[in-house]
Design a protein around this ligand. Structure first.
Ligand SMILES: NC(=O)c1ccc[n+]([C@@H]2O[C@H](COP(=O)([O-])OP(=O)(O)OC[C@H]3O[C@@H](n4cnc5c(N)ncnc54)[C@H](O)[C@@H]3O)[C@@H](O)[C@H]2O)c1
Length: 350
């Protein structure tokens, strides 16, 4: 059964979903609704029906799926309208602006018997999959502390991303992806506390830099660091285990290093730190104590998300990004905003 879909908001991500759908047999994007006439013209050029009102879009009986790709502040109201019109909804991330909005959307989904899911596509990024694979193999022992970091150089949040009313800022933009990755990585474990610091450094009014720390009930401390302005590179991932350490430099998942200790270190007499000052604790290990490991090699299925989306529309699968996943990630976002506002650790059970 072919599924016809319509896109709301034909900007950067609207075009992304059109391109993806054209790689999936059975998923046909046929229509667009946008508030910008130039975007409607782009849609016509692509051979799509261009609707200039939401009512006309909702009234199209052939559309069983709506893909919402507007700025973040419109996600909830547009998704609810689509669900009430009997359409399944894939919404761009963040699913909504907060947990309360999300509950309204999920209620609308339940009442309409349609599904609501969000585009947490970074679950299929190879760098993330390498970290997961390394942890699953036990190569560096029990994970104790992880840092997931994304920094840009341009120093600005542009367009609606600079507007707090529109849901601008980096916590909504990148934070939601990196938080979702950690929640998936430690799926069976609850986040017991959240501490966050949001900063507005070069873009006024929204967070163009932030740090969120989550403490899981297995003792793991997971830290997300995002900023728009750094002219020196730090690794994308740094993972401490109780037997070793993993570093990934970038999104390729192939540049970095992994090492573990061969045996317990006994005594500190025979090692000397160079340029370290008087310390034995922080002196390096002799090389024979360290085993260098190959980074795991992973492949990813770049069509996995949209293939599942099609099957969910056809009723043969459920969406991979579940209401429960969205409740958890929006719960962390709410806690992070509260933590930064109050400069406090927020106790959670997420
Ligand atoms: N999953 C990802 O990797 C990823 C990457 C980038 C952006 N996003 C998300 O995609 C969404 C859109 O981001 P973008 O970068 O494509 O933005 P964009 O500015 O390129 O496009 C937004 C489009 O929405 C239209 N629009 C604005 N208000 C509207 C309304 N009320 N009704 C209908 N159309 C409206 C605009 O005219 C524009 O065409 C955001 O939620 C963003 O967080 C996700």
């Amino acid at each position: 059964m072919t599924i016809q879909a319509g896109i709301i908001g034909f900007g950067y991500m609207g075009h992304f979903h059109l391109r993806k759908s054209r790689l999936i047999e059975g998923l046909d994007v046929t229509a667009v609704y946008d508030v910008d006439a130039a975007k409607l013209e782009e849609a016509r050029q692509e051979g799509l029906t261009a609707y200039d009102t939401l009512e006309k879009f909702l009234a199209d009986p052939n559309l069983s799926l709506a893909i919402v790709c507007t700025p973040n502040n419109f996600h909830a109201q547009l998704s609810i309208a689509c669900l009430r019109a009997g359409k399944n909804v894939l919404c761009e991330k963040p699913a909504t602006m907060n947990g309360a909005e999300l509950e309204q959307v999920l209620k609308a989904a339940q009442e309409s018997g349609r599904f609501f899911t969000a585009h947490q596509n970074r679950r299929w990024d190879v760098d993330y999959l390498v970290v997961r694979e390394a942890l699953a193999s036990g190569a560096i022992g029990r994970p104790t502390s992880l840092i997931s970091r994304v920094y840009g150089q341009r120093g600005v949040c542009f367009g609606w991303r600079a507007d707090p009313e529109a849901g601008g800022g980096m916590l909504y933009d990148w934070g939601i992806h990196l938080i979702d990755q950690f929640l998936q990585m430690f799926k069976g474990h609850k986040v017991e506390s959240v501490y966050a610091r949001l900063q507005s450094i070069l873009t006024p009014a929204v967070d163009d830099s932030f740090e969120v720390q989550m403490l899981f009930d297995n003792g793991v401390c997971a830290k997300v660091q995002v900023g728009t302005f750094s002219l020196q590179d730090l690794p994308r991932w740094f993972v401490y285990g109780d037997r070793g350490t993993l570093r990934l430099d970038d999104f390729t998942g192939t540049s970095g290093g992994m090492a573990r200790i061969r045996q317990e270190v006994s005594g500190f007499d025979s090692v000397f730190g160079k340029n370290l000052g008087p310390s034995r604790t922080m002196a390096p290990l002799r090389p024979e104590f360290i085993e260098t490991l190959e980074l795991p090699k992973v492949t990813t299925d770049e069509l996995a998300f949209h293939t599942n989306l099609l099957h969910a529309c056809q009723g043969t699968e459920t969406p991979l990004v579940t209401p429960q996943d969205l409740r958890r990630s929006m719960g962390i976002i709410d806690a992070a905003f509260a933590s930064s506002r109050e400069n406090a650790v927020i106790k959670t059970a997420i």
